[in-house]
Ligand binder design. Sequence first.
Ligand code: SAH
Length: 569
Amino acid sequence: MIGLISATAAGAVARDRLATAWPTRVRVYDGPVGDAVRAAFAECDQLVCFLATGAVVRLVAPLLGDKASDPGVVCVDEAGRFAVSLVGGHGGGANELAREVGELLGAEPVVTTATDSAGVPGLDTLGFPVEGDVAGVSRAMLDGEPVVLEAELSWPLPALPPNVGRPAQQGGTAVVRVSDRAHVPADREVVLRPPSLVVGVGASKGAPVDEILGLVEGTLRDAGLSPKSVAELATVDAKADEPGIVGAAEHLGVPVVTYTAEELAKVEVPNPSDAPLAAVGTPSVAEAAALVRGGELLVPKRKSARADGLPAMATCAVVRRTRRGRLAVVGLGPGARDLLTPRAKEELRSASVLVGLDQYVDQIRDLLRPGTRILESGLGAEEERARTAVAEARRGQAVALIGSGDAGVYAMASPALAEASDDIDVVGVPGVTAALAAGAILGAPLGHDHVSISLSDLHTPWEVIERRVRAAAEADIVVTFYNPRSRGRDWQLPKALAILAGHREPTTPVGVVRNASRPDESSRVTTLGSLDPAIVDMMTVVTVGNTATRQIAGRMVTPRGYRWQEEAN
Ligand code: SAH
């Protein structure tokens, strides 16, 4: 919950804008400001104070405890020009909140935490638990000192600045270690704990939480492994609600993941036995559940020890997962920065490797974190880009493969995914494709059924393209042509338009949009009968209306077919 506190009328107006925008996230604290801040500090995860920073500093200073648990505090000035992340930048999420509040109120976010302001990832924001000298090592990273990266596991990490490198290349006393071993960080060392361990657990009905937890923790301790790297407890479906397992998982702060007995029975394990086969239908629960998604068995099945000498009620086994790389296929939108989605921005900022066409890389270079490896190539190198992106992800990297508009529309997503096997995670980030960017400029040409057709016959035989144009013509569907015309490819557009003209009046509106949302954007609405193909090039999309499309006040409108409107006309 975010507590909102204001003192003045202007503050209250800004406060109410947040309250309206985030009805379920915020709570307004009225009354004397001091009491309101104290109450919100005790009750909320975050505070937004429409007050001077000085006033807030005095009020919260006596309340501050630990930066891991204190709420994040953001101050917004009287004029609503700045959203200042005051305390709890990382742990309390105040930096992110300042950005969100800034976006909503049109205020400039002010973030003074060293790592954020330099675009260097804060070591406590990488999404992994971190131990050790976070402040000292972050400082060294930021100051450009050589920092040693000891990656015991190669796990996908976001880009780290170039002064963080392998020991051979980089001397230095500050160390970033990526490890799941129970290693105690030295001075000037941080240990990042990737979620690399899966603990398989079997339990008889009614096995106590303490017995399971004791077994799991003892097993990890004896094997020299860190509980902070445990990603999940894995077991068989039949034990999904076993209170001891659920309780132990809660205590460890990890989810319980379950598999069917049939799935588990297929896994080859070193220590199968008859008891689980009879009880739940698989010769192994702990080892099989830990191993079912692959990985290395670090600790084979162990049984719990019971002081009273009764038979053990729980078993466990520990597997180190095979690292999974990540491939994000990111659409950059048609060009304008504010048509790039926040999610796309986030993926770009967390990538360690960026793959894309050089002209698209230029579009977003300033958003990349220092240290991002950029693999750019020229037009036509699609195969190379697809293969490179997948190969880097398979090596465990966090890869962003970029494309303009939507990366799935006549772009890199399909060639890349055709190369990708199931050993990497893939996420897609949608982007505003050219047809939509153009549609918004033209008016509402896509108000009814529509298709996109690429006129490039580089990869598609012309007969196929022509058949599709004909089908759209016959079905009276609005058509947007991508790749409509280039210097060496000039007869396809007139041919396609002629096919449409066989089924639509010469007065049918046609919208031509060049460089949508880019600095030299231009557009015009003309008609099927009078379109001059010479004004069309490869930076253009051409949208042809259906038989109902009209020009209204200079805009292209395809009726939605509402009866109330048809009757009025
Ligand atoms: N993935 C892209 C399309 C790539 S195909 C997308 O989703 O938009 C390339 C074609 O897209 C170009 O020839 C042009 O027809 C069209 N295009 C891409 N961006 C454009 C823009 N900003 N304005 C107009 N047309 C654009």
